[in-house]
Design a protein around this ligand. Sequence first.
Ligand SMILES: [Zn+2]
Length: 280
Amino acid sequence: MTETITERALLAAIIANPDDDQPRLAYADWLEENGQTERAEFIRVQIELANATSGRSHRVWSNEKTLDQAVRAASIFTEHGERWFGKFATITPPNAREANGQWWIVERGFISEIRCTEEQWVGGECERCEGRGQVQFHDGQPITPRSGNPFVVQCPACHGTGHIVGIGQRIAQTHPVERVVTEKRPWKLMSDDWIWWLDDGSTDDIPSSVRRELHGHIKTPRIDQFGYWKSFESEQAALDAYSRAAIEWARRPQTVTATFHYAGELQPMPMDDIENETDT
Ligand SMILES: [Zn+2]
């Protein structure tokens, strides 16, 4: 499905007003007018369901209409959810056992929360070929040696680029994502503060240019000789700032990193440069 200008404007309104039902309902009307009746119905049912059960979830199953809506939403989702939202999408909050995997929560008709690794969000080095763009085996089978380049073929996972494009931009630019949870955790200081620290990148899985951009969105200032860091009163406050930064980064136009820069080359850069980079 090609996004039209109308659709893009409707999605932009939803993203700009994530708490407001009206832009979502307007999009549902547009979908219906364009023959996507089930997607439209799914948005409306999930919104009605959210409004009916908000703050009193214990009454969900005692109300016949709400029960019908829940069943209908689940039925539509089972049939179309993976195609519309991707295979990690879910309409039920994952339990503790599943919480370590990747999941995308769909609420009020759209993806609202993502749990994935930072590398999956922003993209990074291709694991299959370790960034080389070439592999010696294809589908587990050795390639017949030929003259010139025996055993070496273009990596099928990344099409020879050495780089995997992340899910963040595609999702954050078309869904009102409000929270991104990754494996990244802030450092805890002796002073009980929690900090995000722009380190030398030697253990980084993501391109150093993206690391600098993310920290630009966190607005990490240079504090001292240890470099760029920003402290928060609690771990949750630090994680909230990271989540906002990850979403802001993904919504920047044209942030696809065409080439992968190996970890370890991250150099401290003046804060002015970070500001300029993020404001463009
Ligand atoms: Zn590859």
